[in-house]
Design a binder for this molecule. Sequence first.
Ligand code: OOG
Ligand code: MG
Length: 258
Amino acid sequence: MTSPETFAALLDDAAVRRIALANALTDEDASLDAETAYEVQRLVVGKRVARGAHLVGAKLGLTSAAKQRQMQVSDPLYGRLTSDMVLDPSQPVDLDRFIHVRAEPEIGFVIGDVIAAPATIAGVLAATDSVFAAIELIDSRYDGFRFRLPDVIADNASSAGVLVGSVARRPSDVGDLRLLGVVVRRNGVVAGTAAGAAALGHPAQAVAWLVDRLASRGESLEPGSVVLSGGLTDALPLERGTVVSVEIEGLGTVEVRA
Ligand code: OOG
Ligand code: MG
């Protein structure tokens, strides 16, 4: 059995050198399970922190049917967001920072209070300071984004970048998050549509799932954490010369230019 340290070093090296791993970890070692993969993730995130980044929050992945279908993995997962991933939407993205980056629309949360487990939708909403429109940039460290669940857990859920929209509102001011319309455009042309309910039925349900998973490991979300509740449509490859915009009802538009 390959050690978590060895896997973490492989993934970190792929991210730093921008060279995808030809094989998934589960191709090398079929015994890698989700629990061990979260330990690899912890080590991978620790390497970013050792280089000077700090934790800013967490993200859910594979919370929508669209994403599960696109990635051929049918379980949600979570990863960690670090300060070096937060990008300024007013600046074009430097594609050289990535291997084969994709953009996806998400509803983000800023958590104001500790959320007790088992968490509920109402409990998450009560503890939320604000919600916002976000674009997540994902950049799998595996060739062709080919992975099984433990591989993508170990790879910190493909986390690579976050662009935060400029509108932040209390959840009680935006109405039912399940019903918020979401329109994704590539160079002005509609490329995807969804509603908030695409994320596990309710974006706050995705956050509740995260809180419970963290609690099962003795962890919790710090007040002030940013949480992305999961991609609502298929992710779009972000190529040079493209603009991807995400408009969410009541939350404005956030855009990424490459
Ligand atoms: C895994 C990360 C999924 C989401 O929002 O579903 C994710 C991937 O698709 O590479 O971030
Ligand atoms: Mg995502």
